[in-house]
Structure formats: C-alpha cells, structure tokens
Design a protein around this ligand. Structure first.
Ligand SMILES: C[S@@+](CC[C@H](N)C(=O)[O-])C[C@H]1O[C@@H](n2cnc3c(N)ncnc32)[C@H](O)[C@@H]1O
Length: 210
C-alpha cells in the first residue's frame, strides 16, 4: 500500500538531501543481491533517521535489526565524537557484506553484533540516547520492554513499520499485524513515554522517555 500519491513520494525524495555514494551502493546492491530488499530504509527514511540523529547528537545508539546496514550508517551520521552505535542482527549470512560496508564508511564507533536481540539486549551495559527498533514484528513489545530502562531520561526510541502496509486497519489481522497493533496500543498507553506516530514510509513511531 502506498501512503501518499506516488508522484508526491517522488517529489518528496527530489526535495530531500542526497544520500552518500556508499548509501546508494548499499541500496543498489541490496536490491540486486539480497532477499527482501524492501526491508532497507532507503533514501527518504534514511535522511529522516540521519536528521533525527543529528538533532539528538547521541552518545550511544542501539539499532535492533541491521539487515544490510543502510539505516546504521544513517543513524551513525549524528553520533557524538567517541560515541558508540551498537547494531544487532540474527542473520549471519549478511555479516561479511555488512562488515565490508562499515569498513568502507570509515566511521568509527559502530559495534556490530550477530545474535538474537532478545538475548543480546540484556547483556548491553549502556545508557542509550537513541534506539531504533526494526527487527521481527512479534518481538516489538519485548524489545521496548527490554530496552526502556536502558534509555536515558529524555532519550528517544524509534519503531519502524508501525502502519505495516496499512494492515493495522485489517478486520482480520495476521500474526505480525496483531503484534504491531498490540505494540501501538501498548505504547499509546505506556506512561513511561510520550509518542507520535509519523506516517513516513511504512510508519515510524517516535517516542521520548519521560
Ligand atoms: C527490516 S530489517 C532491518 C532494516 C534496517 N534497519 C534498515 O533500515 O536498513 C529487519 C532485520 O531484523 C533481523 N532480525 C529478525 N529477528 C531478529 C532477532 N530476533 N534478533 C536480531 N535481529 C533480528 C532480520 O535478520 C533483518 O535483517
């Protein structure tokens, strides 16, 4: 489902700052060589993530769901000097490719962990200023609960795909859709954060820890 007219989408992209040559290469190679390329954030959302990160200037960032590293590099653009960006993904098949992209970026401070985020997050001894939840939908609520006590007061959490191609309005939602609907309801009722659901691409919820 397209959320805005496709011509308006093109216009929005044309009116948005360009991405780097490396990001263009990651997008191109992901589409040509990797399964499910739609999972990649892409130009417009990538510039949004970069802008948010530059506004926050985080010392520590956590990304849950690296995939081919596109959003990782966008988020890293705002990282404070000597800051750390931890990105976690369970898919070891993409490791070599992703490590190659990170090396090519010459950005320091990225720590890439291969493993199940449910098991990895409790082992992370950091206070995060920015968290990006973008892995398996059935665990969105679990990721939020695992991470929220590790978020600094006034820190931010972003969750991607919260409109799930419009399926959140389905009368008979499938399993992943139900998880997203439950997550959206949970966040709306959670007194620990204030939140705004932005209809950018597939929907991004921006939360601020109170
Ligand atoms: C939507 S993609 C991430 C896209 C990336 N953040 C971007 O914007 O370019 C979701 C990723 O989550 C990963 N994933 C799924 N379940 C996971 C889990 N339990 N722990 C860690 N990663 C997981 C998948 O392997 C996949 O690469």
């Amino acid at each position: 489902m397209e959320f805005i007219d496709s011509q308006l989408q093109v216009y929005a992209e044309k009116s948005t700052s360009h991405e780097s040559d490396l990001l263009k290469k990651i997008e191109r190679e992901t589409h040509l060589q990797v399964l499910k390329p739609r999972m990649l954030s892409g130009h417009l959302q990538g510039r949004f993530l970069s802008m948010i990160s530059k506004m926050i200037k985080p010392k520590n960032i956590l990304e849950i769901g690296t995939y081919t590293g596109y959003a990782t590099l966008c988020l890293a653009e705002g990282l404070e000097k000597n800051g750390t960006l931890i990105t976690v993904d369970v898919n070891e098949e993409l490791e070599k490719r992703v490590r190659g992209y990170f090396a090519e970026s010459k950005l320091s401070g990225i720590e890439y962990i291969i493993g199940n985020a449910i098991r990895i997050i409790p082992t992370l001894n950091y206070e995060f200023d920015l968290v990006f939840i973008d892995a398996d939908k059935e665990n969105y609520a679990n990721y939020f609960d695992l991470v929220i006590d590790k978020v600094a007061p006034g820190g931010f959490v972003l969750a991607d795909n919260v409109l799930w191609s419009g399926k959140v309005l389905d009368g008979k939602p499938d399993k992943d859709t139900r998880s997203i609907i439950e997550f959206n309801k949970k966040i709306q009722e959670d007194a620990r954060v204030e939140n705004v659901l932005l209809p950018v691409r597939d929907g991004i919820t921006l939360m601020r820890k109170l």
